[in-house]
Design a binder for this molecule. Sequence first.
Ligand SMILES: [Zn+2]
Length: 248
Amino acid sequence: MFFSSGGSIKSGRKVVDSLYYFAEQQMLDCNQYMIKDEESEELVLFDAGNGKSMNGLFEGMEKLGLDPEHITKLYLTHEHVDHVLGVYTFLDKFGKDAPEIFAYGRTAEILQQGKETEIFPGNLGISPRMFGVEIRPIEVHKITEDEPVHVGPDYNFTIYHTPGHSQGSIVYYEPDKKILIPGDLVFTQGSFGRYDFPGGSLSQLQDSIKFVNELDVTYLLPGHMGISDNGNAQIATSNRMVHTIGPY
Ligand SMILES: [Zn+2]
């Protein structure tokens, strides 16, 4: 099946075995990551994008021989518009065949309750209507730090709650493969997440980055900008930079 985006393709590439990176599109979108279970052919997606980019994602997937209809699970990093709006687009498009949604703590609650004001941080000057979706209460499976997220036979992610950018922010960490999916906590080039949205906190952001700086990370796969296969060095730079901002 071919999905026409009417926009630009969200191009992807393989990062490591069975794991793919789809780079964010321009307008308030996010990077997405996908892991293929080579046995069952099921696809697991990390973050939903802004919905408008979904057809572009599907086109990018097809170029890599990945079938969008095989996406069975969708894991979220945090509650912000550019990461979660695509959830509603999936539900609208696929109905009961839409992927199951998984989220942590506050992120799960916000989606279960349909709290539009927390998905759209104030004064961004945008609304769900501009993205053609309606925020409403939806079914979300809560994930916790106690249970690893198993993806296919090869990937077992540990979840850590890492607030600072938002209250619901988590990272997914694969210790054997040394992969970190940090959402908007840290980026490459010494960048890190904003802490000026509602629920943001500089001191929590500093603590959370300090925490992930202790993890052994090769592949850093953030929510925006590029990715890196030199994760520890990248995170160390972000850790240095974020601690240059003010005292606690
Ligand atoms: Zn965010």
